[in-house]
Ligand binder design. Structure first.
Ligand code: SAH
Ligand code: SF4
Length: 387
């Protein structure tokens, strides 16, 4: 008896998986990947991983053929099994003031921005994103108008540093004249809602045999996720920045809605307990200057009272407008008067000069076109795949 098969509804075979990208893997994950791909036996994995690591993160190699201290045969095996790649640069803009902004695509529909700001810290800071979009809806922030698409992985966060280093020609990593001296988690997203990946990314970029950025030059800015402050300090030893923006709960509830969950008193107690806080390692309070909202002399005095006893710096950020934003920036004279009150009380309070405003690269102006895939679209795609 003949048997006929109707193949028309057979499940199509899945597309071959893309080769794993080694750049941005932590050292232990890199060693494990080499063993799994049978590039080397387990007992040699550490040594081999160290070699590859150095080529990727110290010399910026993206080609296994450059790894001349690794035997040719092994290099061929590596190239068969892996790639060394970067997030795709969808758009690159350079501001009149030298600020550079990259729109990066990590996967289809998963895009975020990072910004290099010259003359911050010793030489320059890279502002990285930790999420695409944000779940918090701070009313003055452009990213806050974009729904969360997803957390970025450790490799995707570290990949932002690699892209910037390529563009700034910062290889090898120990160059005397390096212009990327600091990393700040002040791009898109709330880093403390993605702490595992942020901590792993920091292990990658702080590793002394790779990019080698000192942990004291890495700052994590948070809107105040109090329960994650201690874990952040213990796991990363990062410098802490807190987006405060108001001195009373009524106003902060409105500007930073997370305040309804973790009000100012709890926030200050959490900061006080931040591991390693000292006069040499101060917490930075960020305070965005909103005209007629939070910029009166009385509020400056309230701010002084609030941070009293904490080793702190206060960063006044002129509000950066974005299309449709509901606020205006305080006048120059108002900001100066506010800063003078803080200075008289003994707090260094630099006014952050807005950078890259012409390319919408300044604080809080970042927003990518990626939006969460609409449920209907997702449903249609999943239904299609299950046929
Ligand atoms: N989610 C984190 C880090 C990203 S926001 C946080 O909120 O801290 C980085 C900084 O930019 C924060 O201090 C934030 O308050 C500030 N910011 C957001 N929108 C801004 C705007 N339009 N103008 C000026 N600063 C802004
Ligand atoms: Fe999110 Fe920070 Fe923007 Fe608030 S200020 S919406 S926490 S990115």
């Amino acid at each position: 008896m003949g048997l006929s098969l109707d193949l028309s509804r057979a499940r199509p075979s899945p597309p071959p998986a893309a080769p794993l990208n080694l750049a941005g893997l932590s050292r232990p994950k890199l060693a494990a990947a080499l063993v799994e791909a049978e590039v080397c036996p387990p007992e040699k994995a550490r040594m081999r991983a160290n070699q590859v690591w150095r080529w990727m993160h110290h010399f910026g190699a993206t080609d296994f053929d450059r790894m001349t201290d690794i035997a040719k045969q092994t290099r061929a095996k590596l190239a068969d099994a892996f790639v060394i790649s970067r997030p795709e640069v969808v758009e690159r803009q350079v501001s009149r003031d030298g600020t550079r902004k990259w729109l990066l695509r990590f996967a289809p529909g998963v895009e975020a921005e990072s910004v290099y700001i010259p003359d911050v810290g010793r030489v320059g800071a890279l502002c990285v994103s930790s999420q695409v979009g944000c779940t918090l809806n701070c009313t003055f922030c452009h990213t806050g108008t974009q729904a969360l698409v997803r957390n970025l992985t450790a490799g995707e966060i570290a990949g932002q540093v690699l892209v910037a280093k390529d563009d700034l020609e910062e290889w090898p990593s120990d160059r005397e004249d390096r212009s990327l001296s600091n990393v700040v988690f002040m791009g898109m997203g709330e880093p403390l809602y993605n702490l595992d990946n942020v901590a792993e990314a920091m292990d990658i970029i702080a590793d002394g045999e790779g990019i080698g950025l000192s942990r004291r030059r890495i700052t994590v800015s948070t809107s105040g996720v109090v329960p994650e402050l201690k874990p952040l300090g213990e796991r990363t030893q990062a410098m802490l920045a807190i987006s405060l923006h108001a001195t009373n709960d009524e106003l902060r509830d409105e500007l930073v809605p997370l305040n309804r969950k973790y009000p100012i008193k709890e926030l200050i107690a959490g900061i006080r307990a931040y591991p390693g806080l000292s006069n040499a390692r101060r917490v930075t309070f960020e305070y965005v200057m909103l005209k007629g909202i939070n910029d009166s002399p009385a509020e400056a005095r309230a701010l002084v009272r609030l941070v009293q006893g904490l080793p702190a710096k206060i960063n006044l950020i002129p509000f950066n407008p974005w299309p449709g934003s509901p606020y205006e920036c305080s006048d120059g004279a108002t900001i100066e008067a506010f800063a003078a009150i803080l200075n008289r009380a003994g707090y260094a309070s630099p006014i952050r000069t807005p950078r890259g405003r012409d390319i919408l690269a300044a604080c809080g102006q970042l927003k990518s076109e990626s939006e969460k895939e609409r449920a209907s679209v997702r449903w249609a795609r999943e239904a299609d795949a299950s046929l």
